[in-house]
Design a protein around this ligand. Sequence first.
Ligand code: MN
Length: 295
Amino acid sequence: MKIAVFDEYRIGIVDGSDLIDVTEACPSYSNTWPPVFMLPFIEEFTNIRPKIEDLIRRRSRMVALRDVRLRPPVPMPTKILAAPVNYQRHQKEMTAKGAVYEGMVLHTVAQYGVFLKPSSSLVGSDSVIELPFSDRRTDHEAELAVVIGRRGRNIRREEAYDYVFGYTGLMDITVRGHEDRTYRKGFDGFTPMGPYVVTKDEMSDPQHIGLELTVDGEVRQVGNTEDLIFDIPRLIEAASFQTTLYPGDIISTGTPEGVGPIRAGNTVRLTVEGIGELVVRVSQGHPDSRRGLDI
Ligand code: MN
């Protein structure tokens, strides 16, 4: 199933160009803040699936996909974990292009572990994102994200897929520079996610998922999860060694080569095989580029 969150935080299943509203199948649903209803929806998914399938058959509440505003398909996970450098060719390009400051070592998960992005940085497809600085390089990073389905700690790589609920597209937008990753990657709008979560039964081979990112139609990044340094099971093992994973948690797997700057006016489009197209437009944010950072 392709699961979307839309409009005033309703839950829908994508059916061609339509969206079937299945919100009533969600246990303890509420559209008041905080929008955490997808967590019990995911945790209880196996139990509520017959009810969801019944709602799909009845098609009693349906809207055209093009008429809705898409939200992040998990609007408020307990955490978004992300892999630092996790494709070899990206590791090479970051050194070659001087995109990192002198002396910086590009560690992978083995040395660096995983890092956090705040859920407040999430936006859905067709959002406008703001560049916080007018004078610093801000990059797109195209990524496949894993959505966790079950609570788990110290998960072994051999059983890791049992803990996966599904997959989605994610852009890990990043200001280049010296600050911690969590700061540079944590601005509002810096984690576009979606357009949908696709349940794992519909993704036949997560080790071979292709992704492509374009900026104003120009291809910038082409990648495939077969080139991951830490594959999905190893990422789940590494992440769950540090922290308990909960239903709805997001693990973003890292970006292939081809990262580059985005500028106000750009349209950035991430296509993930089997998932769909995540699109954002870029605008310039606050003109005071040092706000809050002055000594
Ligand atoms: Mn990244």
